[in-house]
Design a protein around this ligand. Structure first.
Ligand code: PEP
Ligand code: MG
Length: 579
């Protein structure tokens, strides 16, 4: 049994067999097995050798068809090597005599062969070393996990163990079969974590080297709430976590009962709880969870799903669906926020040296006006279907906002000329997620129809801490007094400028922050639909007078630890179950 501590990315408990992705980059742990497991390990080896040979044979045929016989001979070597009985015998010997796992034994044997090939004089054989690496990867993939990287079509329920998930893998998660996620890298607000939370899949990130600590098929426990992963758990641990899992579901069920109750404090102040969504299809579930509208539609996910840009029609369909399902409630569509950790194949992602500070998001759009205009056209056309609003992300200067609005005005003119209906009066707001925008919020309040504070990025940029880098995650705290002062400044600027302000970073869905945010003056929060019931419960358990007192006290602190301890005490005071 190995216990590893990472960062909690999505709460809940999952217990199940692992599917290890990206095996090629990782060491195979030296693991011994019980004698009773020897036949099963040999069976795994045989199945992997068979499947690999089959794969290579298909590749050879298709290469011969497409590229001619010469290329196909490369695969002949692979096929012969895998089918050679000597290879199997050597691996089986290690399994039987040393009780090593099939994966470790196979890697050892391949290592030996690679060394032999490297030292021979024959240039042809020397060249083949790279083929041996290839063969090793292929067979190991079959030993360690039955399906490689294709996590959109799973046939059995598994816990995914991976170094990282690409955006396209993250968006194609097969929710039905993915019990949990254990990931080497990442932080609490990396997009992978956000998606896991959105889908309610327990997840732990920043586990360092979990991909080397577990092998495919081994049982693991994911404790997403506390950021713990246990590999090869004993019966006691499984029992303990099954109990925790039942308690977690019971709490969720209790919260579901709040669905139709208003989000109003004990002293009668209503709070608007909106939903963050990534796909139009999630709108219905958000409404079912009691959302007052869509506070953040991360439209860039349309661009992350495939290798091609979505057409205007495809975008329009998605936005229309969201607006319709929201049934007249506010639907804030954020223009595509690509870049940084959301690189899309479809836009041929430019490689910036420092992508978080590079040509991302609105900056990219303003340099690719054709694509941006198509995007805006689709949003405007969908605006007649409901209460659609537009929000520009990553604003740092007033000039950017003016340029974005001018582009929007151009698109409106085009639509008018073409007599295509849209809502000319649709509100155009901005995300305040850079320190520059926060510091200049009183100027922005004169030109934006609303603010939505994006604390995920605001924290990253204020504290100069990459939100997805586990090595600096201890420095990433949205409750840092520097971030809180900026949040307060934005709320005040909105009040003076008489425009609505909401907060849509992950902070909005974390109960620990609710009283502070209300105390600072926020009356609209946007979060993963799943978080709405718990935040509602916190709101219904407190008063604005109490929240303001908490906020006043906190704004006098200058260390984030003080803030957190004080928030914890104050949350415990209104309901120990929240902690
Ligand atoms: C944010 O930055 O807080 C935000 C809500 O946007 P995203 O997480 O998509 O960057
Ligand atoms: Mg952001």
């Amino acid at each position: 049994m190995i216990t590893k501590k990472g960062i909690s990315a999505s709460p809940g408990v999952a217990i199940g067999p692992t599917l290890v992705l990206d095996t090629e980059e990782f060491r195979i742990p030296r693991r011994t097995i019980d004698p009773s497991q020897v036949p099963a390990q040999i069976q795994t080896l045989d199945a992997a050798l068979d499947a690999s040979r089959q794969e290579v044979s298909e590749l050879r045929l298709s290469a011969a068809r497409k590229l001619g016989g010469k290329t196909a001979t490369i695969f002949e070597f692979h096929e012969q090597f895998i089918a050679d009985p000597k290879l199997r015998t050597n691996v089986v010997e290690l399994i039987e005599q040393h009780r090593y796992t099939a994966a470790y034994s196979f890697a050892q044997v391949m290592n030996r062969w690679q060394r032999v090939f490297q030292t021979v004089a024959d240039p042809y054989l020397k060249e083949r070393v790279r083929d041996l690496f290839d063969i090793e990867k292929r067979v190991l993939r079959h030993i360690l996990g039955s399906v490689r990287e294709d996590i959109s079509r799973l046939t059995e329920s598994v816990v995914i163990v991976a170094h990282d998930l690409t955006p396209s893998q993250a968006v194609s998660l097969d929710r039905q079969h993915i019990l949990g996620l254990a990931i080497n890298v990442g932080g609490q607000t990396s997009h992978m974590a956000i998606i896991a939370r959105m889908h309610g899949i327990p997840a732990v990130v920043a586990l360092n080297d979990i991909t080397s600590d577990v092998s495919g098929g081994e049982t693991v426990i994911i404790d997403g709430t506390h950021g713990i992963v246990i590999a090869n758990p004993d019966a006691d641990a499984v029992e303990r976590y099954r109990t925790q899992e039942r308690e977690y579901h019971a709490f969720e069920l209790e919260l579901a009962g709040l669905r139709d109750l208003p989000a109003v404090t004990r002293d009668g102040v209503p709070v608007s709880l909106m939903a963050n969504i990534e796909f139009a299809e999630e709108t219905q579930a958000a409404m079912d969870a009691g959302a007052a509208g869509v506070g953040l539609y991360r439209s860039e996910f349309l661009f992350l799903s495939g290798p091609r840009l979505p057409t205007e029609e495809q975008q329009y369909e998605a936005f229309r669906t969201a607006a319709r399902h929201a049934g007249g409630k506010t639907t804030i569509i954020r223009t595509m926020d690509l870049g940084a950790d959301k690189m899309a194949e479809s836009i041929g992602a430019p490689h910036d040296h420092n992508p978080v500070l590079g040509l991302r998001s609105l900056r990219y759009c303003l340099q690719h006006l054709d694509m941006f205009k198509t995007h805006l056209r689709a949003i405007l056309r969908a605006s007649v279907e409901g209460n659609v609003q537009i929000m520009f992300p990553m604003i740092t200067t007033l000039m950017e906002l003016r340029q974005a609005k001018a582009t929007l005005a151009d698109v409106m003119e085009d639509l008018e000329e073409e007599e295509i209906p849209f809502r000319r009066d649709l509100a155009t707001g901005i995300m305040v997620e850079t320190p520059a925008a926060a510091l200049l919020s009183s100027a922005f309040a004169k030109e934006a129809a609303f603010f939505s504070i994006g604390t995920n990025d605001l924290t990253q940029y204020t504290l100069a801490v990459d939100r997805g880098n586990e090595r600096v995650s201890h420095l990433y705290s949205p409750h840092n007094p520097a971030v809180l002062r900026l949040i307060r400044q934005v709320i005040r600027a909105a009040r003076v400028g008489n425009i609505p302000v909401a907060l849509c970073g992950e902070m909005a869905g974390a109960p620990i922050y609710t009283q502070l945010l209300l105390g600072l003056g926020l009356r609209a929060l946007s979060m993963a639909p799943k978080d709405i019931p718990e935040i509602k419960k916190v709101i219904r358990s407190t008063t604005i007078a109490r929240c303001e007192k908490i906020a006043r006290r906190i704004m006098r602190f200058d260390a984030d630890r003080q803030v957190l301890n004080y928030l914890r005490d104050n949350l415990r005071a209104i309901g120990p179950e929240f902690i």
